[in-house]
Design a binder for this molecule. Sequence first.
Ligand code: ATP
Ligand code: MG
Length: 389
Amino acid sequence: MARVKLVNIVKRYGRIIAVDHVNLDVRDGEFFALLGPSGCGKTTTLRIIAGLEAPDEGEIYIDDKLVNDVHPKDRDVAMVFQNYALYPHMTVFDNIAFPLRARRKQLGLTEEDIRKIVVSTAEFLGIAEHLHKYPSQLSGGQQQRVALARALVRKPKVWLLDEPLSNLDAKLRVAMRTELKKIQMKLGITTIYVTHDQVEAMSMADRIAVMNAGRVLQIGSPNELYYKPSDTFVATFIGSPPMNLIPCTLVEKTPIEYTVPAELSGGILGSGKVRTPYMLECPGFALPVESSMAGKIRESGAGEVYLGIRPEHITMSLKKPGELAVLEGVVEVVENLGSELIATIRVGNELVKTRVVGDERVTPGSSVFLALDARRILVFDKKTGKLII
Ligand SMILES: Nc1ncnc2c1ncn2[C@@H]1O[C@H](COP(=O)(O)OP(=O)(O)OP(=O)(O)O)[C@@H](O)[C@H]1O
Ligand SMILES: [Mg+2]
């Protein structure tokens, strides 16, 4: 098993910076995801770790050993590609045996040793009955397992997976997700998993690095990324529907006084009895902001901000629920996702999405109230996108 560390990795293709000063520290046995939109540099980063691509700058360490000049074969890593890259003219057995046969002498293996390893790996992945078949005779999911088996026979220190499930249909993809995670946990193998699918990353990974335009924007556990996104890109890339971002302006007015109920305490409204001259003016509504919270916004120099709130932290109702952090709007669209409804509500000039819970009957055109869970409100600098609160 192994730790993988990237220090200031840069990779350019002509004028494109595919990987822009990337730093990662993947722990031993960790399931680590590289998540980001198409073209953000995920595959290039993975290929650099595998040694299939040389970085222009920076260092790659596997277990504290600098491997920049180590040949891919000697890095003890195994990569699984999106398109499986199985040899079509070889049986499943021969495909899985290939990495062992290629290095049989160095590994000191007899053909019987190889057979045993291939069979046990195939059994582990549930494809033992297909060993005599050719890849074209297998389903997509079975081919995927063959590719996984081929990457595992050499017991690599690090498993590199590049969108390994993207060719599977939606149902199989979900099933394989669970299975892959189980395999990884059973083997305890350090795994770096590339995907553009945030649900995949969120459901499988111990930690995730969110990438955009060659850069790593944030590294954290799924919960950290979800509840404390470092900027508006991460906030909207993770979660579905994404976090609502409402443009607002911090203003100073005649002070007002209010009492914050316990369930809203501790956020931008403050706690207990509050007196403050600060308001966030947003399209169609305004929210008071407790002075120390307003101070943080002013310190950052950002009067223009985005108020961020996740759809599940907004409660929609037909009757006005309270006084603080309540907006009024009109329902525009209601989407039925089976397990839940997503309502899009117009508030001022902005559209806000919320999950509908309980059996509130809402139809387009209804006037509704939206109560924001003030403890969950985030504030981002509108210019830089960075999280302030
Ligand atoms: N061999 C190459 N020659 C020139 N440009 C390349 C090469 N490989 C990658 N790039 C460019 O580098 C950038 C990053 O590509 P990369 O394949 O790493 O993205 P990715 O995050 O894996 O995207 P996807 O989700 O679409 O697979 C892209 O702009 C791509 O066009
Ligand atoms: Mg890619």
